[in-house]
Design a protein around this ligand. Structure first.
Ligand SMILES: N[C@@H](CCC[C@H](N)C(=O)O)C(=O)O
Length: 278
């Protein structure tokens, strides 16, 4: 199987061009290729496929083989792949995902994509649609007991589920301990991605993420969008925010008139390779 290893701010996936390749069991393949010792090493697997309703389809799997509805860093890499590898010459494309069709604008320099702006769509705040078990119409700054400690969370779906937790110190956070407790908490029936966030000023926030199915990653695009929405809902920032992640920065804007979130960031190829089944 031919593959391309790509990353967006260090959130790395193995990409397979399914116009050429066929994968019988993608979930199993995701577990194998993601292994950082016995595989290629990645946060998961992303298949680039033909679509009947958009220019392309993105099918994403986490490192544990579970399916993610959407992937913000992944979709920027898909845009770079389809343009740089000659599957399209369009600089505005649409991509079908389990979280809906997304529209992307590509910045091209010297024949290669360097930056991608994605219309990530309308944030979903209804608890039953995220899903989060809750009584109210939304989950904003709501207490939750995790590991014997009370935290406050804001729930947002960007096609995939997120809970955003604000705190003063994210550097010393024991994310390996607390992340899985959030991920598997009974209030999240489909598990969840958790962003731990420190707001720096009204246009800047920094975050660490514990991703459902992949653990701590260097960046999460849908997570950065959820963080921006949560910051605004809690009155902490304006509508445009630079989100600082371990792997770099993303520019996020929640356009309140259109009620859509825009994410702008880079996408890079690490290397091409061939995976041989043992
Ligand atoms: N890293 C991604 C999100 C990947 C999917 C997530 N772990 C899930 O299961 O929902 C991003 O950049 O958005």
């Amino acid at each position: 199987m031919e593959f391309t290893k790509m990353q967006g701010l260090g959130n790395d996936y193995v990409y397979v061009n399914c116009f050429k390749e066929k994968i019988e069991n993608p979930s199993e393949m995701a577990v194998k290729v993601s292994d950082r010792h016995f595989g290629i090493g990645s946060d998961g697997l992303i298949l680039i496929k033909p679509s009947e309703v958009a220019d392309f389809e993105m099918e994403m799997y986490n490192a544990d083989g579970s399916r993610g509805e959407m992937c913000g860093n992944g979709i920027r890499c898909v845009a770079k792949y389809v343009y740089d590898y000659g599957l399209t010459d369009k600089t505005s494309i649409s991509v079908e995902t389990l979280g809906g069709i997304k529209y992307l604008d590509l910045t091209v320099e010297h024949g290669k994509v360097t930056l991608v702006k994605v219309d990530m769509g309308t944030p979903i705040l209804k608890p039953e649609l995220i899903p989060i078990v809750a009584k109210g119409e939304t989950v904003i700054d709501e207490p939750i007991m995790v590991g014997g400690k009370e935290y406050h969370m804001t729930g947002v779906s960007m096609g995939n589920p997120h809970d955003v937790v604000f705190m003063d110190d994210i550097k010393n956070l024991e994310i390996e301990k607390i992340g899985p407790l959030f991920e598997n908490h009974e209030r999240f029936p489909n598990r969840i991605n958790t962003e731990f966030v420190n707001v720096i000023d009204r246009h800047t926030a920094q975050m660490r993420v514990w991703e459902r199915g992949s653990g701590e990653t260097l960046a999460c695009g849908t997570g950065a969008c959820a963080v921006t929405v949560a910051c605004i809902l809690n009155g902490l920032t304006e509508n445009t925010v630079t989100v600082k992640l371990l792997g770099g920065d993303l520019q996020i804007e929640w356009d309140r008139e259109k009620n859509t979130v825009y994410m702008t960031g880079p996408a890079e190829v690490s290397f091409d390779g061939v995976w041989k089944e043992k």
